[in-house]
Design a protein around this ligand. Structure first.
Ligand code: COD
Ligand code: ZN
Length: 367
């Protein structure tokens, strides 16, 4: 079948909307009619080359849609089901899947690094040429073929625009708090970078009962958003030295937990330097992906500080996404406030330009 899709032909270029050929789902795969695609900074990092991915590819790793067709052997889904694609495929049986960390499963890494599905081929073609999948999702296409194990069914009465946000921004941010750091009630938290993912770290910390939540960003507009999501204090890192400011707000002690949600080595270091003794810094950002970060050995050992990372919110999506849906329905998880703008699919490059200008927190394109 034919579908309009946003292709990144080469790094440094804009997305081009073209009509691609989408093959029918093979064994264990599902054809999804996308309803909504989420505009996350990670796709922008791929466009600029900060994150590498095989191209030409159809980007988009956050989205929601409706099952249009199932391939042979698919048992858990049927046409008409409302779903969220998961950008980290997991096999379900390996040591990491069995140990509550399915995002570390090798099958997800394979799809992300090759841009092809598990049989080593793609389901997209443009003018006879192979087009790669991005993170196994490619939500910037009217139709996408995704492995069954990377498709999560949601209640059919849940709004699809809000649902899309759960699949990356929300689960990545809230999951880093709940699963990676396990933030305790009454604790102190600093969040470096309060964009679409960072505000979800903030609301996760608020839900977890953190008492002090310090938002650090360089844009006043993002710091205003941060307050709406539960930040108790804000620091503009362009005006104040952020580490000193975090220490000042915690009586010199430093915070119990810090999160870096930008992807720069210097801000990962700032997150580490803001910690108290036994504090934990969680890096969520990865851009550019080849950089390294170093920390002083004295505080690492004599203060027992922890520096770790979190991918996909260190989540078990089958448990965590239904929990997030319940939290939204209970009025505790802010999704309406997160979805700041909607664009028609044809305006996808404008949506990314607005993200780059820092105008929006999270936007989506609708098909
Ligand atoms: N100090 C403080 N804040 C800063 C600085 C700085 N030096 N530089 C930029 N910021 C702020 C920006 O003003 C912005 O508010 C925020 O950082 C970034 O937010 P967004 O909305 O542009 O980006 P997100 O939230 O959509 O994405 C953030 C990620 C960390 C996820 C992304 O950048 C990333 O590193 N992705 C790679 C990791 C990955 O693949 N994750 C999985 C898919 S998301
Ligand atoms: Zn993302």
């Amino acid at each position: 079948m034919k579908a309009k899709a946003a292709i990144l032909f080469e790094v440094g270029q804009k997305l081009e909307i073209r009509e691609v050929e989408v093959e029918a789902p093979k064994f264990g795969e599902v054809l999804i009619k996308m309803a909504v695609g989420g505009v996350c900074h990670s796709d922008l990092h791929v466009m600029t080359g900060h994150l590498t991915a095989p191209v030409p590819a159809i980007l988009g790793h956050e989205g929601s849609g409706v099952v249009a067709e199932v391939g042979p052997g698919v048992t858990s889904l049927k046409p008409g089901d409302h779903v969220i694609p998961m950008w980290r495929l997991s096999c379900g049986v390996c040591e990491y899947c069995s140990g509550s960390r399915p995002a570390l499963c090798a099958s997800g890494t394979q799809i992300r690094m090759t841009g092809r599905l598990l049989d080593g081929t793609t389901r997209f073609k443009f003018e006879g040429r192979e087009i790669k999948h991005f993170a196994g999702v490619s939500s910037f296409s009217e139709y996408s073929v995704i492995p069954e194990r990377a498709v999560l069914k949601i209640p059919n009465d849940f709004p699809l625009d809000k649902a899309a946000l759960l699949g990356c921004g929300v689960i990545t941010g809230v999951g880093a708090v709940f699963n990676a750091a396990r933030v305790k009630p009454g604790s102190s938290v600093a969040v470096f970078g309060t964009g679409g993912v960072g505000v979800n770290v903030i609301q996760g910390a608020a839900i977890a009962g953190a008492e002090i939540i310090i938002a650090v960003d360089i844009l006043p507009s993002k710091l205003e958003f941060a307050k709406r999501f539960g930040a108790t204090h804000t620091i503009n890192a362009k005006e104040t030295k952020p580490v000193e400011a975090v220490r000042a707000l915690t009586g010199g002690r430093g915070v119990d937990y810090s999160f870096e949600v930008i992807g720069l080595p210097e801000t990962i270091r700032q997150a580490y330097d803001s910690l108290s003794k036994r504090g934990m810094a969680v890096a969520v950002g990865v851009a550019p992906m080849t950089t390294e970060v170093s920390v002083p050995i004295m505080s690492l050992v004599y203060e027992e500080r922890i520096l770790t990372g979190s991918v996909y919110g260190s989540s078990r999506p089958w448990i965590d996404i239904p929990m997030l849906i319940n939290l939204y329905r209970a009025g505790k998880l802010k999704l309406d406030e997160l979805l700041t703008r909607q664009y028609p699919f044809a305006q996808i490059n404008e949506a990314y330009a607005a993200l780059e200008r820092g105008e929006v927190l999270r936007s989506v394109v609708t098909f």
